[in-house]
Design a protein. Structure first.
Length: 321
């Protein structure tokens, strides 16, 4: 007869995993696939249950502390959501700071990984599993915008202090709206548009309200896949090793999906969402660049010394490109 200790050992260890977007979106879909793989690799001893669309009830700004306290064991933390708490996690959202260059971005994620991992472990007792960015953020609007002048007075959903300031600097009115409430905010006129990657916009069916995409190509939101150090420490040694060795699978799949999602999102938005894409005039793009510069400069002055070193390292990598 199996002893009590053996029976307890045989019970699966259950982790809750938070994602922000619905499961149709690549990041959530990939996380569900990863959870299935972990279950197989550990012979069912570690069970990851994924809750897409923030179904656990925590908001984006909650997640860093929620995982730090092991209330949720693993999940996505978007930099802009926690910028008021941990400013350096907003680095990837700095307007027009990170060029849209997949090879450059992967180099950034890899070369900055250990710096972020050290900071997050020391401050929050979490393990950084990987860094990724969403596809470029476009400006999706209910009314056609052909130049920045057309933005004047439009209420645009913006995320975090940096994007909000940038939105204001290019003439629109930034409005904070939780992602899960944005469909209603768009359909009822609380906002006239929003920043988002094409595929995220499509997966949330925002195209039912917005019909135009101003092709801005600003930086894709950076998000950090993290896990509770307490949860990791609580795993049996062989399960812990298997889990940590499996992380590279998740990282590689996320990267491939992000790159594919850039093209797929635009295709779906145009063909199925019936969206019209409007190019940004060169003069307006130059204006956007000028609008971004003082935002970045002011942002840098607020960094603590450790975070400042991460920024300077990122800047040097970009300038070498």
């Amino acid at each position: 007869m199996m002893g009590l200790t053996e029976r307890a050992w045989a019970q699966p260890i259950n982790w809750q995993v938070h994602t922000i977007n619905p499961q149709q979106y690549w990041a959530s879909g990939d996380t569900i696939k990863y959870a299935e793989e972990v279950g197989q690799l550990t012979n069912g001893r570690l069970k990851l249950t994924v809750y897409p669309s923030g179904a656990l009830g925590f908001t984006g700004p909650d997640m860093l502390d929620t995982i730090s306290k092991n209330l949720v064991q693993m999940g996505e933390v978007w930099g802009s959501h926690v910028a008021g708490q941990e400013q350096i996690m907003e680095l990837f959202e700095l307007p027009l700071f990170v060029p849209w260059d997949f090879n450059l971005m992967t180099r950034l994620w890899d070369e900055l990984h250990d710096d972020y991992a050290k900071l997050l472990k020391a401050r929050y007792n979490v393990r950084l599993l990987t860094i990724i960015q969403n596809e470029p953020r476009m400006l999706h609007t209910k009314r056609k915008v052909t130049t920045l002048a057309d933005l004047k007075g439009l209420k645009i959903r913006a995320v975090g202090p940096v994007e909000s300031t940038f939105t204001k600097n290019i003439g629109a009115v930034p409005v904070p709206v939780n992602w899960g409430e944005l469909y209603t905010a768009l359909s009822t006129g609380v906002v006239d548009g929003n920043w988002a990657a094409d595929l995220a916009e499509f997966s949330m069916k925002f195209y039912e309200s917005v019909k135009y995409t101003f092709d801005t190509h600003t930086a894709g939101i950076g998000f950090f896949i993290i896990a509770s150090e307490d949860a990791i420490a609580g795993l049996p040694p062989d399960v812990r090793q298997t889990f940590l060795e499996s992380v590279s699978r998740h990282r590689d799949r996320l990267r491939a999906s992000m790159l594919n999602g850039t093209n797929l999102g635009r295709k779906l938005m145009v063909e199925k969402g019936q969206m019209q894409v409007v190019p940004v005039p060169d003069a307006d793009r130059a204006t956007m660049k000028r609008a971004a510069e003082p935002i970045i400069s002011a942002w840098v002055t607020r960094l603590d010394p450790e975070s400042r070193r991460i920024y300077e390292k990122a800047k040097a990598i970009i300038e070498r490109n």
